[in-house]
Design a protein around this ligand. Structure first.
Ligand SMILES: [Zn+2]
Ligand SMILES: [Zn+2]
Length: 152
């Protein structure tokens, strides 16, 4: 399968399409995603914002610090998040994609917060914290990347 990649919410009121391949596919074990999704682990498919188009008027936003999560205002399905520190990127819930099996995660993020009973026996890279470097923590003062995991 190749682009465009489409997706949407449970009720169909929110639909979106991405005109390019994703630049990022990962699991996220953080507590914030857990609250937002209700699931023990989340997974995201990242695209460039300029390659994504939404249709419908049901999309709602919830802002929490630098992160804004979107969801369907009718059925409540989580749709995506954007982070103001990652300009021009949008991360869709993998489960919102029409063809979720196509988007195989390539790593795990925030495994420091992974639930202790959750076992995912794969050989994917595991990042203790974020897998995507935010500009603020791109480099430590000595010019080295932080050692506790900031690369996708
Ligand atoms: Zn909906
Ligand atoms: Zn997360």
């Amino acid at each position: 399968m190749t682009a465009p990649h489409a997706g949407g919410c449970r009720c169909g009121a929110v639909r979106f399409e991405a005109s390019a391949e994703p630049h990022h596919i990962s699991y996220c074990h953080c507590g914030d995603c857990r609250r937002a999704s209700g699931a023990p682990v989340s997974a995201f498919v990242g695209f460039m914002t300029g390659q994504v188009a939404f249709t419908g008027k049901a999309l709602k936003m919830f802002e929490n610090g630098p992160v804004t999560r979107s969801f369907c205002g009718i059925c409540g399905s989580p749709i995506a998040y954007v982070d103001e520190r990652l300009e021009d990127h949008i991360y869709f819930m993998l489960g919102a994609m029409d063809m979720p099996a196509y988007f195989k995660p390539t790593h795990h993020a925030h495994v420091r917060e992974q639930l202790p009973y959750l076992h995912m026996p794969d050989d994917l890279p595991r990042h203790l914290k974020t897998s995507v470097p935010r500009p603020a923590n791109l480099q430590s003062p000595d010019g080295q990347r932080p050692s506790d995991g900031t690369l996708s």
